[in-house]
Write a protein that binds this ligand. Structure first.
Ligand code: ADP
Ligand code: ZN
Length: 599
């Protein structure tokens, strides 16, 4: 059977042997001139879906992307592969842009990346309408959704594209789209009855872990020391101040950590982002201002020191880990105080009541995920309407099943203590009352005389906190948003108080002994020689530095690891290593072969 043109391009240019998932089907669909919406998780391989048809269909392919950083990354990667790609954007000089126009006019460009506002400019449209357009690809298509978190007004203007280019196939791509967002994309881009390809949400290489907050800084440090000593990663915090504190703390512990938030001067932000991309093993401690536009494939961990506002946000933020498909960690440490803070922030915002209610429900769903005793991945995917048949085996609850304890009596004590003290106090106070730890304040409220004073001496403070946190997560208590975030009973608490239902709590796992030193444990597969790995990483870094490009654009970690595992002897052998296409073989083949075999 003759090899298809798409497959031969996949091999000769991109250096891969086979398509993944629906890639081939999508590519064929586009080659035949049909439009489509593609939903594929991060790292699923969306780019090839339009890059290959762009090289097969005659004419210029136009790719719309929301951020200069994203365009730049893709164009540089393509150029490294020998593909004729270019971008038009405001970060380039007028002359650079003029040269690009000229190259397009003389048919020297196959893929052109630009932002929507530039495409929609009258002149650009007129110019492009006179050319043969191979296809239109709209990356991050969820940016047209006004309800989503990445809404970009300029994306709305893209609705006119179907009028201007009626016969040009259009591909809209996104990794985040629940059902309403999907239909909004279809409506706004006039995709009508185009096919929708849905690849599912699962990111099997990400290991999900969520732990109760207990001196969070040290918990983070443990994680980094034991599992991610040399890795690049992102640590998310809620406040700007905290990102700076944590970055400094990590630097003092010997890590290469930088803060990133919207309050930093532009130049500093850019410098920190560049270091994250251009160097190895940099940790960025950031607010959510850091995220979109980060296409770095080898982010090995994403750590949340504060919980995000919803499962969608959690999924998107953790999704920045492990784009390259290699093992990655999504770790979160959370406590009830964080939830109270989030609830208060929501309550104090100017949003409409309806909107606040939705936000609160979303936070509830996140809490449910945090406190679940079943597989995290199953719970996460179920939220997106996807059923994973078996527990995943790659999350904390699968790896160390949660022990539970029968907690009806504790729940009753906890709830009635809330009631007896007037439904306006927080966890610390309630725990003190239960454990009979009187204070002047408690005396003054008369709470040393309530019936629940001292009835909980059998449990320690940590356990009571855990009980309260879980009661909130289960909906038996709510956080008072008008006042100071005290806990209140809910409708649902009645049957518990009456003893008419069973309550099971998860046992807090025991803390592992602290690690004092930065151990050499790396997130490397066993069959990758760490010395050779370090050597190739250095070689890659020096090549990248010469060209001022990120190391992963020279070769991905997957390719470096495959080089070590396969250890090709000849250039011909090397060509069969995934990620080594013709151009990269020509440019870097010899030097890497030499590094693999020299003593
Ligand atoms: P997305 O845009 O969906 O997040 P990318 O297009 O950046 O994903 O691809 C993610 C990673 O998977 C990249 O490292 C890419 O080189 C790799 N990849 C994509 N398709 C294939 C394939 N068919 N075979 C091997 N690797 C692939
Ligand atoms: Zn699991």
């Amino acid at each position: 059977m003759p090899e298809s043109q798409a497959l031969s391009i996949l091999s000769s240019i991109f250096g891969f042997n086979s398509f993944r998932g629906a890639q081939e089907e999508i590519i064929n669909h586009l080659i035949q001139g049909q439009s489509a919406l593609v939903l594929m998780p991060t790292g699923g391989g969306k780019s090839l879906c339009f890059q290959i048809p762009a090289l097969i269909r005659p004419g210029l392919a136009v790719v719309i992307s929301p951020l200069i950083a994203l365009m730049h990354d893709q164009v540089t990667s393509l150029q490294q592969l020998g593909v004729r790609a270019a971008t038009l954007n405001s970060s380039q000089s007028a002359e650079q842009n003029r040269n690009t126009w000229r190259a397009i006019a003389s048919g020297e460009i196959d893929l052109l990346y630009m932002a929507p506002e530039r495409l929609l400019n009258e002149q650009t449209l007129e110019f492009l309408k006179q050319r043969q357009i191979a296809l239109l690809a709209i990356d991050e298509a969820h940016c047209v959704s006004q309800w989503g978190h990445d809404f970009r007004p300029d994306y709305l203007g893209l609705s006119i594209l179907s009028e201007h280019f009626p016969d040009v196939p259009m591909l809209a791509l996104t990794a985040t789209a629940d059902a309403p967002t999907q239909s909004e994309i279809i409506k706004r881009l006039n995709l009508g009855d185009s096919r929708v390809f849905i690849a599912g949400f699962d990111r099997p290489n990400i290991r999900y872990r969520i732990t109760a907050k207990n001196r969070a800084k040290n918990q983070l440090l443990d994680l980094l020391r034991t599992e991610h000593a040399d890795d690049a990663g992102i640590v998310y915090c809620m406040s700007r101040r905290k990102t700076e504190d944590i970055a400094e703390f990590l630097r003092n512990e010997g890590f290469n950590a930088l803060a990133y938030h919207a309050g930093l001067p532009d130049a500093t932000r850019k410098r920190h982002q560049d270091r994250f991309l251009l160097e190895e093993g940099v940790i960025v401690v950031a607010t959510i201002a850091f995220g979109m536009g980060i296409d770095k494939p080898n982010v090995r961990f994403v750590a949340h020191l504060d919980p995000p506002k919803s499962i969608e946000a959690y999924y998107q933020e953790t999704g920045r880990a492990g784009r390259d498909g290699l093992p990655a960690t999504a770790w979160m440490s959370y406590g009830l105080e964080d939830v109270v803070k989030l609830r208060q922030m929501m309550a104090n915002s100017d949003a409409e009541e309806r909107f606040k209610r939705i936000e609160n429900q979303k936070l509830d769903a996140l809490l449910g995920l945090c406190e679940t005793t079943e597989c995290r991945r199953q719970a996460l995917l179920r939220y997106f309407g996807e059923e994973l048949k078996d527990p995943c085996g790659n999350c904390d609850t699968c790896l160390t099943p949660v022990e539970t304890w029968d907690g009806l009596e504790a729940a009753q004590k906890a709830l009635s203590c809330v009631f007896r003290t007037g439904q306006r106090f927080g966890v610390s106070y309630l725990s003190q009352v239960l454990r009979g730890k009187s204070s002047d304040r408690m005396e003054s409220f008369g709470h040393t005389r309530v019936s629940t004073f001292g009835i909980g001496e059998d449990l320690d403070d940590k356990t009571w906190r855990s009980v309260y946190r879980q009661l909130v997560a289960m909906g038996f208590l709510s956080v008072d948003m008008e006042g100071y975030g005290g806990l209140k009973l809910t409708e649902r608490s009645r049957p518990v108080l009456r003893g008419a239902m069973a309550v099971k709590f998860r046992k807090e796992p025991k803390r592992l002994p602290r690690t004092k030193t930065r151990s050499a444990k790396k997130s490397l597969p066993d069959n990758v020689d760490p010395i050779l790995w370090e050597k190739l990483r250095q070689l890659r870094l020096s090549i990248a530095k010469e060209q001022s490009i990120p190391p992963y654009i020279v070769f991905h970690d997957t390719t470096l690891q495959a080089l070590i595992q396969i250890r090709p002897r000849t250039m011909l052998d090397m060509r069969s290593v995934p990620g080594v296409g013709d151009k990269k073989l020509e440019n870097y083949g010899e030097i890497f072969l030499k590094a693999l075999w020299e003593e």
